[in-house]
Design a protein around this ligand. Structure first.
Ligand code: G3P
Length: 220
């Protein structure tokens, strides 16, 4: 069984009604396959999506803050209260300082939330693994949203990230992402040693999202 986390990003197709529709598709496809499928949704949709599906729902970001005098921020306690399973941290479209990543990972561990720290290369993957998150997810930024799969274009990044991360922390799970669209890309990622993938546009922006997800998990 592999791990698939679908990041809805701030795509129009991943917001509001369409986000709920896609989360339900993911829920239904998950019930028919052996893969673990979760969704990472925007903070406004999170509470509603949690109520609509039985798969795990992640936040796309949390801020490195406790409760207090902060404006326009969301902390780990808030996403937990709304039913999130965990959160992406340090996505390349929402980079954080090292000290903030460490703060969030530790706090999420205390709160029993699942942390997925995104990285951009082998070195940062090893550094992130040392912070002891549940997952690291390596995504070369230049391939994000291109449809050119990291597992094909830069297989050595995936393989070496897995080795480097496990060398530092044998418990951490390693995902890869960027350009992953179909079953071939997904299977190659697993063959390279990744435990799964983090992906977005290939599913969120597909014409037929159900068909795209079914194909990804090998149901078509
Ligand atoms: O978080 C996943 C993401 O950054 C990869 O995006 O569109 O290349 O699957 P995409």
């Amino acid at each position: 069984m592999g791990i698939i986390i679908i990041n809805f990003k701030a795509y129009r197709e991943g917001f509001g009604k369409q986000a709920i529709e896609l989360a339900k598709i993911a829920d239904e496809v998950a019930s028919r396959c052996d893969e673990y499928i979760a969704v990472a949704v925007n903070s406004l949709d999170l509470a509603e999506i949690v109520k609509e599906v039985s798969i795990d729902v992640f936040s796309q970001h949390v801020d490195a803050i406790d409760f207090g005098s902060h404006t326009g921020r969301i902390n780990a306690e808030m996403i937990k209260d709304k039913g999130a399973k965990g959160s992406l941290i340090n996505h390349s479209e929402r980079r954080l300082k090292l000290a903030d990543i460490e703060f969030i990972v530790s706090k999420m561990r205390e709160l029993e939330l699942v942390s997925v720290v995104c990285t951009n290369n082998v070195q940062t993957t090893a550094a992130a693994a040392a912070l002891n998150p549940d997952y690291v997810a390596v995504e070369p930024p230049e391939l994000i949203g291109t449809g050119i799969p990291v597992s094909k274009a830069e297989p050595e990044i995936v393989e070496n990230s897995v080795k480097a991360a496990k060398n530092v922390n044998r418990k951490v799970k390693v995902l890869c992402g960027a350009g992953i669209t179909n079953n071939k890309d997904y299977v190659s990622a697993l063959d390279l040693g990744a435990e799964g993938v983090l992906l977005a546009s290939g599913i969120v922006k597909a014409k037929d999202r159900k068909a795209a997800l079914e194909e990804l998990v090998g149901l078509r």
